[in-house]
Write a protein that binds this ligand. Structure first.
Ligand code: PLP
Length: 460
């Protein structure tokens, strides 16, 4: 098999779609720390989580032991509309760079929402429907998650209320209209429709909002209305679990052609696509079956892994969600206003945080002008217009390929291309006009965020 000519695009058959998600926690020696009740500092129980999240999703959230979890038939059928997604050999990029490295990317932008987020949206909408709920609430920043969720809710005939970070609501009117076309209600956050929104507006008049603040509003909207639950597009264990379809398909496709990646790269916002891509490979590493180098890429302006603290923190600005132990910049941290490239969440998946803490994964922070440079270079040879978020991974993939050019090593590099950037043209415009700048927070900037970390007693 190893000698087989490798096509530009490796497509799997529909019959090769994963039928189970892979739960990497089952093979982690050090399990991710449990969510804590912010009032008692005790681990959240299923009973405490169920008023907020769907029942079945709570089970997935708390499941540290089962390595495989069946994907319900209805979800597999929805996946068939846009999956399996292609694994692409970036022959054109390799040639352009003049590198001996072999570069592959798994492309998740081939659906209307334009990103991998649909993989979890459909699962979360399915479980909400199955539980007999009326609808779900959520937050969205750049809009990809809200779009994916509104598509999924339309499919299952569920009501969908999206709190959209105000700056995006204003800058991305088309994103908003896509969501409304799929039937969602979109409210700019902070809003006066929730208590927490009114409080934030009173304390910070004129604020353009943040993800953490929109989360607080969405949670309040879910818990204060009969028949609603809150759903989240990243960070949580359940989301990372659903995203393992990315890694499982990639592994199947690579195994078919006898390809073994040396380096696996992904952008990291809340960690769901990266976690989903690397899970099956990380599982092999954890079990001593194979070794890989994993690299998480984050913006230098929101450096949770590379400069954050590994600590319990609030997941939202309103401090109403459970506490999660993660690499965090503090729930009050808001990236500087010139930051255009997404991945602006203050924290990181607990699973990835633990893996990083245990030295099983590396992280790099990159500046946004260099990210857009990589995006432009990639678009011109590979054709796809990448999302700014995805372009963080492109940046480091190119950097690694250029290192191979110097050393002559023929490494195999795999990265996750999470989505397309058609709704990010304001950012591209800035870059094209030479008006994009970089801002790296000072230690003093970060101290302010760390000062807001909850004082959780040691040795609970
Ligand atoms: C949301 C998003 C990300 C970041 O989220 P993760 O949970 O870290 O995967 C990356 N790329 C795209 C295109 C996104 O929409």
């Amino acid at each position: 098999m190893a000698n087989k000519e490798i096509p530009y695009k490796i497509y799997l058959e529909e019959s090769e779609l994963p039928r189970q998600w892979y739960n990497v926690r089952a093979h982690m020696k050090n399990k991710p720390a449990p969510l804590l009740n912010p009032a008692t500092y005790k681990p959240m129980t299923a009973e405490e989580l169920e008023p907020v999240f769907c029942r079945e999703l709570v089970q997935q959230e708390l499941n540290d032991t089962d390595p495989w979890i069946d994907i319900p038939e209805e979800i597999v059928n929805f996946y068939k509309m846009y999956r399996p997604s292609p694994l692409v050999r970036a022959y054109c990029l390799e040639k352009k760079l003049g590198t001996p490295a072999k570069i592959y990317y798994k492309f998740e932008g081939n659906n209307t929402s334009g990103s991998h987020k649909l993989n979890s949206a459909i699962a979360q909408a399915y479980y909400a429907k199955k539980q007999g709920l009326k609808g779900v609430t959520t937050e969205t920043g750049a809009g990809q998650w809200g779009t994916a969720l509104s598509m999924a809710c339309a499919y299952f005939d569920l009501d969908c209320k999206v709190y959209m970070v105000k700056v995006s609501y204003e800058q991305k009117p088309f994103r908003r209209e896509v969501m409304r076309t799929y039937g969602a209600t979109v409210t700019p956050s902070p809003s006066d429709t929730t208590e927490v929104g009114r409080k934030i507006l009173a304390e910070h008049p004129g604020t353009t909002g943040s993800l953490g603040c929109a989360i607080s509003e969405a949670v309040e909207a879910a818990t204060s209305q009969e028949g609603y639950r809150y759903v989240l597009g990243s960070v949580l264990n359940q989301v990372l679990l659903h995203q393992t379809v990315i890694g499982l398909e990639t592994k199947t496709a690579m195994d078919k052609y006898g390809i073994k990646p040396d380096i696996i790269i992904g952008c990291a916002g809340g960690g769901s696509n990266l976690g989903g891509l690397i899970s099956p490979f990380m599982g092999e590493k954890l079990q001593g079956k194979a070794d890989y180098q994993f690299i998480a890429v984050e913006p230098a302006s929101c450096p949770s892994f590379t400069r954050g603290k590994f600590a319990y923190d609030f997941c939202d600005t309103g401090m109403i969600c459970p506490l999660a132990k993660m690499y965090t910049l503090g729930s009050g941290f808001i990236p500087s206003a010139n930051h255009a490239g997404g991945l602006r969440y203050h924290g990181m998946s607990s699973i990835l945080s633990q893996l990083y803490h245990d030295g099983l994964m590396e992280a790099r922070a990159v500046e946004q002008t260099s990210v857009f440079q990589a995006a432009e270079q990639f678009a011109r040879v590979e054709g796809i217009l990448p999302a700014p978020e995805s372009s963080h991974a492109i940046r480091v993939a190119i950097d690694e390929a250029l290192k191979c050019k110097e050393t002559g090593e023929e490494k195999t590099i795999l990265f996750g291309l999470t989505g397309t950037g058609y709704f990010d043209m304001v950012a591209y415009e800035k870059y094209n006009n030479g008006e994009m700048s970089d801002y790296i927070p000072t230690d003093k900037d970060l101290e302010a965020g760390f000062a807001g970390l909850p004082k959780v007693p040691e040795n609970l």
